[in-house]
Design a binder for this molecule. Sequence first.
Ligand code: PGA
Length: 247
Amino acid sequence: MRKPLLAANWKMNGSLTENEKRLTLFKEKLSNLEHQDIVIFPPAIYIPQTANLLYNSDISWGFQNIFHESMGAYTGEHSPGMAKDYGVSYALVGHSERRLLFGETDHQILKKIAILLEFGMTPIVCIGETLSQYKNHETLDVLKRQLKAFLDPISCEQQDLVIAYEPVWAIGTGKAATESEVQVVHENIRLIVSEYDQWDADLIRIIYGGSVTAQNSNHFLAQPDIDGLLVGGASLKSDEFISICTQ
Ligand code: PGA
């Protein structure tokens, strides 16, 4: 049984005042939702505020990015141990903005996944093709390569790792993929995962991200292989994210 996961990726948005309003409302409206997991990804500097405001609720919080070493001379980075100090249980890994804007490689992504699992945190590993790859029908080849980079070497309890399929062309563009298109891709991702002996493809959660709104969210969630959503822009609008989580 795969429990749906609804994640809010705030990216580099928010302020103490805005966050307080949003998180207080989320705690009021989204606690006690037994049938799904909800996780908020604020900018790292607001993790202490988020931990404080969501303390004693069923909502989790996570880092948008984490470094693959546990301590040392890595100016500007945050370690998994530091995240754990603030009750962090999830981290995004390999978001396309990290891959494209900050040059994050499959190898670094693998190292991040490994250290997160070692520290008992759940990595949400983002994969997805660019617009030109999509147009050239290269989606599955790209996904296979991105998956192979960590499915090969990593072995863990499947519940402890989430895959987020986020076509790059659908992120922040208002042009979401269709639910049937995503369903087919997720089926294929599950098939690829099943080729690795140490993984049980039926258990792994595969979520979709890219221009998710309150209008299209339930179409995605109705598909058998879409186990949740990673929501960017719409998660900054409190009412919209609450409606995505509760409909
Ligand atoms: P979006 O972002 O919902 O604004 O398209 C999704 C994401 O980047 O995770």
